[in-house]
Design a protein around this ligand. Sequence first.
Ligand SMILES: CC(C)(COP(=O)(O)OP(=O)(O)OC[C@H]1O[C@@H](n2cnc3c(N)ncnc32)[C@H](O)[C@@H]1OP(=O)(O)O)[C@@H](O)C(=O)NCCC(=O)NCCS
Length: 178
Amino acid sequence: MIKVTENIQLKEILITDSATLFKLMKEIYPLAYSHFWTDKGSWYLNSQYSKEHILKELSEQKANYYFILFKDEIVGNFRFVWDENLAGLSEEKQVKLHRIYLHPKTQGNGTGKKLLSWLSNKAIKKGYKIIWLDAMDAQPQAFQFYKKLGYHYYSHIFLPFNLLHEEVRKMSQLYKKL
Ligand SMILES: CC(C)(COP(=O)(O)OP(=O)(O)OC[C@H]1O[C@@H](n2cnc3c(N)ncnc32)[C@H](O)[C@@H]1OP(=O)(O)O)[C@@H](O)C(=O)NCCC(=O)NCCS
C-alpha cells in the first residue's frame, strides 16, 4: 500500500482483483461516459475491463496499476506506463498517464490533483521529463482538470469506434514538462 496523503492510498491491483476492478468500473465509467456511446459504453467497458484485458495490462512490466483508496474505501483506478512516448515529442524520458477514474463521491475534493502531483514527483525523481495522456475533448471535467494542472495541447485524433457518437470522437494528447 502506498500512502499519498493522510486520506489517499494506492493499492496495487493484482491478478486476483480482476472481478473487483470490473465491478468498480462498471459503476464509475458509465457515470462519466455513457452518453458518449450508442450502447451506453457497454462494449468499451467489457473490452477494457475483461479479465483477459486486465491480465494483459497487469503483465506489462513498465506499467503500474492501482486502486485508489479514499479513507480506506476503493474509489477509483490509476494506471501509468513508463517509457511510453508521445509520437514526435523529442524529450527522452516520458511517462504516460493511462487511466485515472474517480467515483463521483470523491470527485472535486483535490484527490485527482494530489495523485498527479504524486506521479510528477515520482517521475522527476526517476529522471523523467514529460507526463502525457489522452483526454476526450467532450469531457470538460477532465479537460478543465488537466488545463488547471498545467497540461498543454499537443495533438489530437478522432477515435474510429462505430459505437461512439460522431460529435465526441475527438481525443487530444496533452502533456506537461516536468
Ligand atoms: C477528472 C478527475 C480525475 C479529476 O479529479 P478530481 O479529484 O475530481 O479533481 P480535483 O478536485 O483534484 O481538481 C483539481 C483542479 O481541477 C479543477 N477542476 C476539477 N474538475 C473541474 C471541472 N469540472 N471544471 C473546472 N475545473 C475543474 C478544480 O477546480 C481544481 O482546481 P483548484 O486546485 O484550483 O481548486 C475526476 O473528476 C474523474 O475521475 N472524473 C471522471 C472520470 C474521468 O473523466 N477521468 C479522466 C479520464 S482522461
